[in-house]
Design a protein around this ligand. Structure first.
Ligand code: AMP
Length: 615
């Protein structure tokens, strides 16, 4: 198997040579691992299975220590999270026997995908941090082929940690990025010009989102001339930073002018780290003030950070809704999507990072995990939705193909077998083969299966939305009103974005229903949505209050007529539970009678409902 590149670090006088050497090593590694993709995959599977020969899960299915693909595919089922839940709960409750993995489970990663309204729990092992670091180490050498000189400046990245909880068995449960930023891989990273960020680690590790954002922006503004690239993980996070700046620039300018830090920033480690950077700079304060107080914020990124060459954020999948806003704020700087990853596994990277966002394709790195692909048929873009993953029948099981056998243009659901103990696990993402790098396929990210609404990292599926709407609409019955039809829409025209539901009602006497009844309905929908949604509302403030727009009677008939006029089949027509197509949204908006907002935030606590929160 091609060896992971050993990244060197060094002192300032020889750093240029080291950067070149490291870049070459990484590019060679990518060449080798993609050229030999099938053999690497064979060895990855064999390594995973030989290490896990004693685990209960594989023994349960009678793998008997076999490590070859054929036996593995024959005896091990293709599963979803729900299938693994009993095993995962045993681990969460403190069973330390080798249930899924022979190595000790170091922590749980809490996915933004949910099960029964709670974040999914992905057991992980210590060595996975090394695998994640490896994927990160590939990104900048790839980028540098297209944009030289990135090692000479800094990256202004808005990175955040989220709260953690403890499972009843005592394992920490937290999002994968929180785990990574708190690990020594990030905190004690070697001196590398590509991980030279404007944000000191203390500002990233501060749990208070206001203090973290404020101090990261302050440091970013203060070092504005050094910044050559800016970013966040997802586009929504970057837009949130710009919005924060719009609100707080005058306070930030005051701090830049005086070289002090606002008293609202109380975390001593943050204050100390920022004060190591900050000096009084009235000239810079005047400049920032002048730019921010101009009426328009068009191009604010390039105005305040003039050397910026690109914005590094994920804008594929549901994040594509933020492309127009990013283009506006940056005067259309390149939007670069570097990687595709999840709590289950880090999958791959974009080898052509300056491509148009609509053409982004990710090359899965064959030594990250063992990958299989389940062919899926395309959904009806206008009205269709892909249903919940169901158990596969025998024929479908046989259709799963290996990494090197996928066909150009075909859509697949990604299935992974990981070093941390997931075997033939359906990730839930739909990918389309767009090309090949040597023998390794490249994929466009098409969608997350069955997600109907998403603003930030929340992923609301059709069933969750249906249940939430049902809970809320029940409140109308006492007013002799009922819900006839509904659909949803993620409105990101303002920041933060919000879920908008269009409701058509059958009502005897609408004057009997006070606005507060509909506001309660908004709140009930929010209370019924999953914990990632509620965390976005309460903690991150990345999602605004849910809105219900009541539409005139007959609106949903018009919607059906419209869909039929666009080629949908009358027999198969179902009201779409989410709409994205602008003419449909216009139609719905043109029929709105009244609109209502959720009056308060829903309840949210860290960890699963039944666990105690760790401070
Ligand atoms: P999580 O489980 O919270 O770590 O989220 C992982 C999921 O985020 C993936 O399974 C994808 O659905 C989505 N995701 C991650 N990276 C990308 C990307 N580059 N483009 C689109 N979606 C992504």
């Amino acid at each position: 198997m091609p060896e992971a590149p050993k990244i060197l670090s060094g002192s300032a006088d020889c750093i240029d040579d080291i950067v070149v050497e490291n870049n070459n090593k990484v590019l060679k590694f990518i060449e080798d691992v993609t050229a030999d993709a099938d053999e690497v995959q064979r060895r990855v599977l064999s390594e995973i299975l030989s290490r896990s020969a004693n685990v209960e899960y594989l023994q349960r299915y009678g793998l008997n220590g076999c490590t070859d693909r054929e036996t593995f595919k024959k005896v091990i089922p293709v599963v979803t999270y729900e299938d693994l839940k009993p095993d995962i709960e045993r681990i969460a409750n403190g069973d330390t026997s080798p249930i899924l993995c022979s190595q000790p489970i170091s922590e749980f990663l809490t996915s933004s995908g949910t099960s029964a309204g709670e974040r999914k729990l992905m057991p992980t092992i210590e060595e996975e941090l090394g695998r994640r670091s490896l994927l990160y180490s590939l990104l900048m050498p790839v980028m540098s082929q297209f944009l030289p000189g990135l090692d000479k400046g800094k990256g202004m990245y808005f990175l955040f940690v989220k709260s953690e909880a403890k499972t009843p068995g005592g394992l920490v449960a937290r999002p994968v990025l929180t785990s990574y930023y708190k690990s020594s891989h990030f905190k004690n990273r070697p001196n590398d010009p590509y991980t030279n960020y404007t944000s000191p680690k203390e500002t990233i590790l501060c749990l208070d989102s206001y203090q973290s954002m404020y101090s990261q922006l302050l440091c970013g503004l203060f070092q504005n001339e050094d910044v050559v690239r800016v970013g966040a993980v997802f586009a929504s996070g970057f837009i949130r930073a710009i919005q924060f700046l719009e609100k707080h620039w005058s306070l930030l300018c005051k701090d830049i002018r005086t070289g002090t830090i606002d008293s609202k920033i109380t975390d001593p480690s943050v204050r100390e780290a920022v004060m190591k950077i900050l000096k009084p700079n009235p000239k810079l304060a005047d400049f920032v003030e002048a730019e921010c107080s101009k009426g328009s914020w068009k191009g604010i990124i390039t105005r305040l950070w003039p050397e910026t060459k690109y914005i590094d954020v994920i804008v594929t999948g549901t994040m594509s809704q933020y492309i127009p806003a990013l283009d506006y704020y940056s005067n259309a700087l390149p939007l670069v999507c570097t990687m595709y990853a999840s709590s289950e596994c880090y999958f791959g990277i974009n080898l052509n990072p300056l491509c148009n966002p609509s053409e982004v394709s990710y090359t899965l790195i064959p030594n990250m995990a063992y990958f299989e692909f389940l062919p899926v048929t395309r959904k009806d873009e206008l009205t269709g939705s892909i249903s919940e993953p169901t158990a596969l029948n025998d024929k479908e099981k046989q259709q799963l193909v290996d990494l090197v056998d996928v066909k150009l243009g075909q859509d697949y659901e990604l299935v992974v077998t990981t070093y941390a103990g997931l075997y033939r696990y359906r990730v839930g993402d739909i990918l389309r083969v767009s090309g090949f790098k040597n023998k390794a396929p490249q994929f466009n990210f098409i969608c997350r299966k069955n997600v109907v609404l998403s603003i930030d990292s929340d992923k609301t599926d059709e069933v969750e939305l249906q249940n939430a709407v049902k809970n809320a609409a029940n409140q109308l019955l006492q007013y002799e009103a009922s819900l006839v039809e509904y659909t949803g829409y993620a409105d990101t025209s303002a920041i933060p974005g919000r879920y908008v539901l269009f409701w058509e009602l059958s009502v005897k006497d609408s004057t009997l229903i006070a606005p507060s009844v509909f506001e309660d309905c908004c709140f009930t929908v929010e209370e019924s949505l999953n914990s990632v949604y509620r965390q976005g509302r309460v903690c991150d403030k990345s999602i605004g209050p849910l809105e219900i727009r009541v539409v005139e009677n007959g609106t949903f008939d018009m919607l059906m007529d419209f869909a039929l006029s666009q080629g949908s089949s009358i027999n198969q027509y179902k009201t779409p539970r989410c709409v994205k197509y602008a003419p449909i949204i216009e139609l719905l908006n043109s029929r709105v009678i009244s609109s209502y907002f959720s009056p308060k935030c829903p309840r949210w606590t860290a960890g699963h409902k039944q666990w105690c929160t760790q401070n």
